[in-house]
Design a protein around this ligand. Structure first.
Ligand code: ADP
Ligand code: MG
Length: 694
């Protein structure tokens, strides 16, 4: 690509020059393209602008008025205040800019300003501007009811509104005429999806004619952002599913059918649907690369087991990797019970095995005698050789690194891969984070589950909560108390697991067996405590969020979460999923700051037990934050325009188009894809290198 006009440094734009160029660069506007993408932060028209005559003290308002008189007022404190009286047809108001006497040169009587700020009382009502825009001088005669839209750009101290406004006045036409240079989407596609061409997109964003224009423009840029992420992920997906030789499993149904018949219940519709998605992948010649998302308790393990049996039926082995030994043991127990009657041998490989036992298990794996192998990270350590590994399932996949998840797949032919996650996230977020995988969703719980009864309490309710816990324990049940921290924090007044463990053991439940569990304990100590709890030797487990993952203690019926305001909704949902696993009624009590107890957030949690709905609310409340982990907070820098809470339909189109293009032309060599390739490289060079694609 020749140096497009859009790659030109800002200093060469009309009216900029080296010094202003530097100020612009400091606010992130380095090239002409950046200027084009720097779109207004807000739009006002007569419907959002207040009439000056309607202003009242205390209001936050935006007005458009003409400067009637103006001047600099000196004060005793040597602060010089610029003041102007603005009027529209309904009235007048004084507007004051403390410490900005230079505005006196800048603004002329008769200029029209758009000002937003708050109305204060100071020798009469005054508008204290947060920001203002000088409308075009030619505009000033225009009737502002006639569809004029006022734009305000994100500005900085160095580069105020009026400078930006001048910049766009002088350059926008030129920039718009270049905006089409980067069009990568054929007009048929664009029309089909209902997106604007790029020049029209930017025109509507910078010079809207109605308040609906900017949203149409935003949708196009949102599509672009999502599309290029999807192209990147489609390239990874292509490599993982098409360029490796996969296994085409033959179904014989000599294991699946007997297991289905032996189960005391039938599969949910969601399980049946997901299982069909999985078997379709497994019986095709392509390699499966699939993510299974399901709410806590939706029955993922059983789905995984059926998938493993598809491999085993065809004479292959299947591996199930889980993050902890306790989980590995738990899965081994349930799975053995189900498949050993069918003559399927299940081996367990963890770091706990003594050398001799370990050698024996390894030889069963190497000979193929063990058809299903369940284990921890021990599965991917050196020396573990499978005879014919056909399928790898990774449970609680987020607990493993990318390389660890892939380790069992780096063979030829490559085993199919099924990743499982018990953290429900909205489909749009899953598609964005895991666009390289195919997605299956278990969005239905088996019938007959009782929802966990959930209560909110303020700090004053603590004693009552302990009384409630005592009643449960007296009835022979077990419970959890969860804290956000291990140790007392100096800065904030937060209860911690360690301190509360002591307090609860000594003061509240001296007659009960309490256990302490947190992430800073040595691994074997954690293990010992968890086993004691499983065996019923601990009544009440005081813990941090380390108990989040997949543990199943049917006798646990109560979960208390202290400082609930510190947890995200999805995390609370995970924790709550640890109870309600048995036949007894179970309870979750959140203790939170009074403000939070009164607020909406925790009420949403209290009133719904659907993990996907909770996740949607969580995404809405917290924003999409940083999805890809490059920054700590704020919006994801890759998604400036896309909003995953609203743009699911756009995202589905973006993924479809990206996959279609990559499948037809994996190297993006075709003439028609040159622009896609160029923009992809410009936007995502680092990621292309990271994933070693492109
Ligand atoms: P998760 O998705 O949280 O891993 P599990 O696989 O542990 O859920 O399943 C939770 C419980 O539900 C298990 O006891 C399992 O036997 C049971 N279960 C799974 N599928 C069904 C079904 N279709 N009907 C009834 N119970 C089921
Ligand atoms: Mg599970």
């Amino acid at each position: 690509m020749d140096l497009s006009k859009l790659d030109m440094p800002v200093q060469f734009l009309k009216g900029v020059g080296p010094r202003r160029g530097e100020s612009l660069a400091r606010m992130g506007l380095v090239t002409a393209r950046d200027v084009l993408y720097h779109v207004p932060r807000r739009y006002d028209d007569a419907s959002t602008v207040h009439r000056i005559g309607d202003l009242a003290v205390g209001m936050d308002a935006t007005i458009v008025g003409r400067i009637r008189t103006k001047g600099v007022i000196p004060t005793r404190a040597r602060l010089r205040i610029f003041q102007a009286i603005l009027e529209d047809e309904s009235g007048r108001i004084t507007v004051t800019w403390p410490g900005q006497p230079w505005l006196d040169q800048k603004l002329k009587e008769g200029d029209t300003l758009l000002v937003s700020g708050s109305v204060k009382f100071f020798h009469g009502p005054q508008l204290q501007p947060r920001e203002f825009v000088i409308m075009d001088r030619e505009d000033s005669g225009a009737d502002k009811d006639q569809g004029v839209i006022f734009t305000s750009y994100p500005a900085s101290e160095d580069v105020p509104q009026w400078v930006l406004r001048g910049l766009y006045e002088k350059n926008l036409d030129d920039l718009l005429s270049r905006a089409g240079d980067e069009e990568y989407m054929p007009s048929v596609e664009r029309d089909r999806i209902g997106l604007l061409p790029l020049p029209e997109t930017f025109r509507r964003l910078h010079r809207p004619e109605t308040l609906l224009d900017p949203e149409r423009g935003r949708q196009r840029l949102a599509f672009d952002e999502l599309f290029f992420l999807q192209v990147l992920q489609a390239l990874v997906r292509h490599r993982e599913t098409q360029t490796r030789s996969g296994i085409r499993f033959e179904r014989s149904n000599d294991l699946i059918r007997p297991l289905l018949e032996a189960l005391p219940f039938s599969l949910t519709d969601a399980q049946t649907r997901v299982l069909r998605e999985i078997t379709t992948d497994m019986t095709s010649e392509h390699r499966m690369n699939r993510m299974l998302q399901g709410d806590v308790g939706s029955g993922k393990t059983l789905v995984a087991l059926f998938a493993m049996l598809v491999a085993v039926e065809d004479g292959h082995q299947a591996a199930l990797m889980v993050p902890t030994e306790i989980l590995a043991e738990q899965h081994t127990r349930t799975i053995r019970e189900l498949v050993e009657p069918l003559g399927v041998r299940v081996a367990l490989l963890t770091g706990r095995l003594k050398a001799a036992a370990r050698r024996e298990v390894m030889s069963e794996i190497a000979s193929g005698a063990a058809s299903i192998v369940i284990g921890t990270h021990a599965l991917i350590q050196d020396g573990v050789e499978f005879a014919r590994l056909g399928l790898t399932v990774v449970d609680e996949q987020h607990r493993f690194g990318v390389r660890q998840r892939m380790a069992l797949a780096e063979r030829d032919p490559s085993p199919d891969l099924l990743l499982m996650s018990a953290t429900p996230i909205p489909r749009s977020l899953a598609m964005t984070l895991y666009g390289d995988l195919d997605l299956s969703i278990l969005d239905e719980l088996p019938p007959g589950r009782q929802p966990v009864q959930t209560f909110l309490r303020g700090p004053a309710g603590r004693d009552e909560v302990w009384e409630f816990v005592r009643r449960e324990l007296d009835a022979g049940r077990q419970g959890y108390v969860v804290y956000p921290l291990v140790d007392e924090s100096e800065k904030v007044d937060l209860r911690s697991a360690t301190a509360q463990f002591e307090f609860l053991s000594e003061e509240v439940f001296p007659d009960r067996r309490l256990g302490l569990l947190h992430g800073q304990m040595p691994g074997d100590e954690k293990d010992r405590v968890m086993r004691a709890f499983l065996a019923g030797e601990i009544d009440l487990l005081v813990a941090t969020t380390v108990i989040e993952v997949g543990i199943d203690v049917a006798n646990a019926s109560i979960m208390v979460i202290d400082h609930a305001e510190r947890f995200g909704l999805s995390q609370l949902h995970q924790l709550r999923g640890r109870v309600g696993r048995g036949a007894d009624e179970s309870y979750c009590v959140l203790i939170a700051e009074p403000g939070e107890v009164a607020g909406e957030r925790l009420k949403i949690f209290r009133d719904t037990s659907d993990g996907f709905e909770i996740a949607r609310a969580d995404l809405q409340i917290r924003g999409q934050g940083d999805l890809f982990g490059s920054q700590q907070s704020g919006r994801d820098p890759n998604l400036r325009f896309a909003d995953l809470t609203r743009d699911e339909a756009i995202l589905i189109e973006a993924q479809r188009l990206a996959r279609a293009i990559v499948e037809a032309d994996p190297e993006l060599r075709a003439q028609a894809h040159t622009a896609v390739r160029n923009v992809l490289y410009a936007r995502h060079a680092e990621r292309l290198a990271f994933y070693e694609v492109g």
